[in-house]
Ligand binder design. Structure first.
Ligand SMILES: Cc1ncc(COP(=O)(O)O)c(C=O)c1O
Length: 403
């Protein structure tokens, strides 16, 4: 690098970090201070508080892209991406993740979504249309009673019939209950929970698929709601659990702001080409495209952040982070066991749920709360994300003991 360029870059970095000291608005500065503090003990929700986007923002401003109004309306997987967009990068993001979820080369379609819910919306909508276009009948949706509420809301929104299937005490859909509930006159839209929100349970897809296999006449579509677990599992030895070929699912939704630490909501939605090819066409002349996705305007910056993280963090570091989180989950459970605090954790999960502590601790650590009589009633949980280190866990245990 030339000396003058280096000097300019150093100066720019200095100015940007100096500017970050104060916004010029006392109210905003105070607010910032609060959340930087809260972040230190934010244990109850699945947000990676080690965001790695500082240099992205520096590049974004220094390149002048902050003054360019982009929009990813349209299909990023076509050969002719929309002009004022980051669709070319969005496509690379989908192509990076497709093999990690076991999709065959060139057989995946996908987008960067606005959130986990947006991904589930596409998963359920695509499933309903796929099944209707194949059979002429609307499906029944089957989902466990521990799955995230967004799935229920979306079925309500899409006017779909839903059957809530009972889960076992640990939160996994019970295969025998699915068998009993099946409506043999209509297609099946399965929503598998890959990480139920409170207990961190994964529906046993192989066991549930075996139930469905007993009825070869049923036309089945499977969507996986893998908001949190779909982020880290591909980087662990349990990666087969999120492999679309091994688990025979058609579509998956993953959040970008959970494991990947993107600093505001976004996500991934991927499905097979076969599913995409059986959607309703909306040929929109002014956009010069076939608009199969639900939203028209779509965010162009979030795909850039995803792309940036693939380059800057990437596969190996995500493996380290994912395995570190699972190690620290075991550590947290061991420390709770040591002090005799009733606690439970599902296999493959980075969530530990336990007897709810005193309100001061719930508040300080922002613990999410639950209730289940099988586990003594009032519960809380910790989601062991990248920033929940062993040292912080020790502090948490100390606080529990002191109470
Ligand atoms: C399992 C699961 N699915 C879906 C969602 C919704 O995701 P989002 O908040 O990104 O819309 C969540 C949120 O925590 C979740 O835990």
């Amino acid at each position: 690098m030339k000396k003058t360029t280096l000097l300019f870059a150093t100066l720019l970095t200095f100015c940007l970090s100096a500017a970050a000291q104060s916004s010029g608005f006392a109210k905003l500065d105070e607010w910032t201070k609060t959340w930087k503090e809260v972040q230190q003990t934010y244990f109850g929700y699945p947000a990676n508080e080690h965001s790695a986007l500082a240099d992205f923002y520096q590049w974004y401003v220094s390149s002048g892209m902050d003054a360019v109004n982009l929009n990813n309306a349209g299909d990023p997987m076509t050969d002719d991406p929309w002009s004022m967009s980051s669709q070319a990068f969005e496509r690379e993001v989908i192509e990076f993740f497709a093999p990690l979820y076991g999709f065959q080369p060139n057989q995946a379609w996908g987008i960067v979504t606005h959130s986990g819910t947006d991904g589930n919306n596409h998963g359920i909508y695509f499933g309903a249309k796929y099944l209707f276009n194949k059979t002429g009948k609307m499906p029944v949706v089957y989902v466990s009673d521990e799955a995230h509420y967004s799935n229920l809301r979306l079925c309500d929104l899409q006017n779909l019939d839903i059957k809530l299937i009972k889960s076992d005490n640990m939160g996994r859909m019970i295969p025998e209950e699915l068998d009993k509930a099946l409506d043999h006159t209509r297609p099946v839209l399965m929503v598998y929970a890959m990480g139920s929100t409170f207990k961190g349970a994964i529906d046993d897809m192989e066991a549930l698929n075996a139930v469905l296999d007993k009825y070869p006449e049923l036309v089945v579509y499977r969507h996986v709601d893998a908001a949190l677990f779909g982020g880290y599992l591909p980087f662990t030895r349990h990666k087969d659990l999120v492999n679309s070929q091994k688990m025979r699912y058609d579509a998956i939704a993953v959040s970008g702001h959970k494991f990947f630490g993107i600093d505001s909501p976004c996500g991934l939605f991927l499905c097979t080409r076969d599913i995409y090819d059986h959607q309703n066409n909306f040929n929109v002349t002014y956009l010069n495209g076939n608009m199969r996705m639900i939203n028209c305007s779509r965010d162009a910056v979030q795909p850039l952040k995803f792309w940036w993280l693939i380059q800057k963090v990437g596969y190996d570091k995500w493996c380290q982070q994912a395995n570190g989180m699972l190690e620290n989950t075991v550590y947290l459970k061991q420390q709770l066991d040591k002090i005799g605090w009733p606690c439970w954790s599902n296999e493959y999960s980075n969530t530990v749920f336990f007897k709810r502590p005193a309100p001061e601790i719930v508040q300080k650590y922002h613990l999410a709360q639950g209730y289940d009589e099988h586990f003594g009633g009032e519960l809380a949980h910790v989601v062991v994300m990248q920033h929940v280190t062993k040292e912080k866990i020790d502090g948490f245990i100390k606080a529990l003991k002191a109470k």
